[in-house]
Design a protein around this ligand. Structure first.
Ligand SMILES: *Cc1c(COP(=O)(O)O)cnc(C)c1O
Length: 288
């Protein structure tokens, strides 16, 4: 996980040529935008902290990336979630299982207490510990996205537009702030455009070069959709695998609403596909 520049690849989808910034290639677990968002922690000397604390969903890519990072740094990693089902605890695939194998300490909270407890984490933090907010939606993410912006500038692709999908919007926002001379496209994957803007504004004012495209349909996060699976297969057959949670709606929306050549920044998350494909199989979307 040493400092290197991710390469650019060409990908032809539905007859259109895209450039792909291959951020998924850094590492199987600490990759994509989580690699960028955790750049500052990755470059923090091990001695600075003993414990990293975070919280959120149990299949989160941010959780897995933090678990991989803490393993490398020899930091203790405590991750808080709401109550989870026994069946999930017993799973031997997926991000949660993988993070546990990296030494993550999982702490479950009663659902009614979750919100209030999470709010106290900041207050009770000691000097040896660092708290990473859910999904890595944290101002520490800025530094790594400035590095990404500088890499793109130096690679000097013949495009004026960049695209990357949003969850919390942290990645797209800091990338747009650091890459003022490009249009940065994104789409929401969690909630609608209004919710995404609200999330972004908690970090910074939204710059004019950040364009949030509205998907044609309202999608619920982490639910299987036939058209998501289809665009996943299409891009995979074209030569690059993307994640099944965030990438599909951005791809569908870009193909529908844009015309120009775009540099798509791969956001990673491919390690979560195995468990997601299981769910697609159960739905009968995957013909195997
Ligand atoms: C976390 C994640 C996102 C969303 O990133 P935000 O910075 O929260 O908007 C997008 N794609 C993948 C694969 C992710 O893991």
């Amino acid at each position: 996980m040493s400092q290197k520049t991710s390469p650019l690849s060409t990908l032809v989808v539905q007859g259109r040529e895209f450039l792909i910034k291959r951020d998924e290639l850094f590492d199987p677990y600490l990759s994509g935008n989580k690699y960028r968002k955790l750049h500052k922690l990755l470059h923090t000397p091990s001695g600075k902290y003993k414990t990293i604390i975070s919280y959120g969903g149990t299949q989160s890519n941010a959780m897995l990336a933090l678990a991989a990072l803490c393993k490398e740094k020899k930091w203790h990693f405590i991750y808080y979630t709401k109550k989870i089902a026994q069946i999930q605890k017993e799973q031997t695939i997926g991000n949660f299982f993988q993070a546990l194998t990296f030494g993550m300490e999982h702490r479950e909270l009663e659902n009614e207490l979750y919100r209030d407890f999470i709010a106290t984490l900041d207050i009770n933090l000691d000097a040896d510990s660092y708290l990473v907010h859910q999904g890595g939606a944290d101002s520490i993410a800025r530094e790594g996205l400035e590095v990404l912006a500088q890499e793109i500038r130096e690679q000097n692709p013949d495009v004026k537009s960049v695209a990357t999908p949003s969850g919390t919007g942290t990645t797209a926002l800091y990338l747009a702030l650091a890459l003022k001379e490009y249009t940065v496209y994104t789409t929401p994957s969690i909630g609608d455009v209004a919710y995404l803007k609200e999330q972004m504004r908690a970090l910074s004012a939204i710059p004019d070069n950040l364009v949030i495209l509205e998907p044609a349909k309202k999608y619920h996060f982490a639910k299987p959709y036939k058209e998501f699976y289809e665009i996943y297969c299409e891009t995979k057959e074209a030569g690059i695998e993307f994640d099944l949670l965030y990438a599909p709606s951005l791809w569908l929306t870009l193909l529908q609403l844009t015309r120009e050549k775009i540099l798509y920044v791969h956001s990673g998350g491919v390690s979560g596909n195995e468990s997601m494909l299981e769910r697609y199989k159960k739905k009968g979307f995957v013909s195997l």
